[in-house]
Design a protein around this ligand. Sequence first.
Ligand code: G3H
Ligand code: 13P
Ligand code: ZN
Length: 316
Amino acid sequence: MIVTTAQLFKHAYGKYALGAYNINNAEQAMGLFKGCIESKAPFIIQLSKGARKYTDKRMIEAIIRAADQIFPEAIFAVHLDHGDEETCYDCINSGFFSSVMIDASHDPFDKNVAITKRVVEAAHKKGISVEAELGMLGGVEEDVKVEDGHATLTNPDEAQAFVKATGCDSLACAIGTSHGAFKFKGKQSLHFEVLEAIKARLPGFPLVMHGSSSVPKDEVDRINKAGGAIKDSAGVDVNEYLPAAKLGVAKINIDTDGRLVWTRVHREFFRDKPAEFDFRAPGKVYIDEYAKFISSRNKLLGSAGQLEEVRASLKK
Ligand code: G3H
Ligand code: 13P
Ligand code: ZN
């Protein structure tokens, strides 16, 4: 069942975080739904602009609609990740998305406010939730690369003013993470003091943490042993997910880790079975391994075991 992120956040806020997982194809969809059903967790599917273009936006939407039928007990939101204004309107008008992210974080504050306000107005008319972003994460997104040293943490006073001015439903804050597999040069560090300051100014308001993959060392070691060359990778400490959730982070975005699972499975498979050429065999291994990964993350986020309570909360 597709619900809005606002409905999910209402139940989660201050207790646990929803896993927001990026998918691109049928194998990822199967693994994601299986893992969330196994761990009895509500969840958020996110589609980036790149994911919608990878085959055709109608293809990934059809895959999710099919998964909804295959797993009728699932409760999830369908969310546009890092949308520009045009893509937000496309998703708002699609009749499929229950939530969109407008990411105008690279624009000056006033322009970010103006763009976000327009998207909020259009989305709310159709009962769709809006995530906005303030502050700049380091690393690479599809069209934007933030160079080292140019990332900026979210200013708590600005966050308060931004939410008031735009009417957005949740806010992605920069608290020290970045996208991809190379998040920290020195010591890993989330800026909990920034989260605390934002929560003090916006009590009860759902915050979002992007760039939250943990980039597991054992996963990267296995990839490298099977012929990969991923060097100096570093991710978020998974033991910091729940403390962040208690400080108002209701959505935690994980994409890179799923790509690492895919790479490990396929590198090991073809290393060990060099005569194989049927994609279905490693594909099946990947579905099961991704499901296991998702289930493990839902446990760390605290969303595991919440499915039936969320179902009951939706009836109220
Ligand atoms: O923030 C970026 C997400 O990880 C999506 O990545 O744009 O390569 O699909 P993508
Ligand atoms: P990771 O690159 O850490 O998985 O972050 C994903 C993300 O923030 C998607 O919006
Ligand atoms: Zn992101």
